[in-house]
Design a protein around this ligand. Structure first.
Ligand SMILES: [Zn+2]
Ligand SMILES: [Zn+2]
Length: 147
């Protein structure tokens, strides 16, 4: 059974809708996510692009992740809210920031990644599995299997 969800940026210029369950959801504690969010980690769900639609202008800022792969961070040019992530790692998926959802309590992270750069002022949920850096291919497969 799939659960659709919707969301958008803080000012409402960007709205999106997803008609499928996330393929995976995680909290990324890499330095790049910390800089992009101004916080300890980036809680994000990756959903199939084919089940996703959005309206409103999006500005993308491309960075090279610590893994060496390109990551494009989509934000609202009007209010600056981070909303989307396009990662070379998962070209068929689009990442959606948890707090941009209309019902953010529906977000269910499966794993903490890049915990090696986690912040001491952030309390990490110890019940979740953790990858100290980017997940290996095997770890990525496990993450995909747990959904
Ligand atoms: Zn906005
Ligand atoms: Zn990250």
């Amino acid at each position: 059974m799939s659960h659709s969800f919707s969301g958008g940026c803080a000012c409402g210029a960007i709205r999106y809708e997803c008609t499928a369950d996330p393929v995976f959801s995680w909290n990324c504690h890499c330095r790049d996510c910390q800089r992009a969010s101004g916080s300890a980690f980036c809680p994000v769900s990756y959903v199939p692009k084919t089940a996703f639609s959005s309206t409103g202008a999006i500005t993308y800022h491309e960075v090279k992740a610590e893994s060496g792969r390109a990551v494009r961070r989509g934000f609202c040019p009007q209010c600056g809210s981070p909303v989307f992530i396009l990662a070379e790692l998962v070209p068929d998926l689009i990442g959606v920031w948890a707090a941009s959802r209309d019902e953010p309590d529906q977000f269910q992270p499966a794993v903490n990644v890049w915990t090696a750069s986690g912040q001491p002022w952030d309390e990490m949920p110890t019940a979740l599995p953790a990858c100290p850096r980017a997940p290996t291919d095997a770890e990525m497969q496990q993450i995909l299997d747990t959904r």
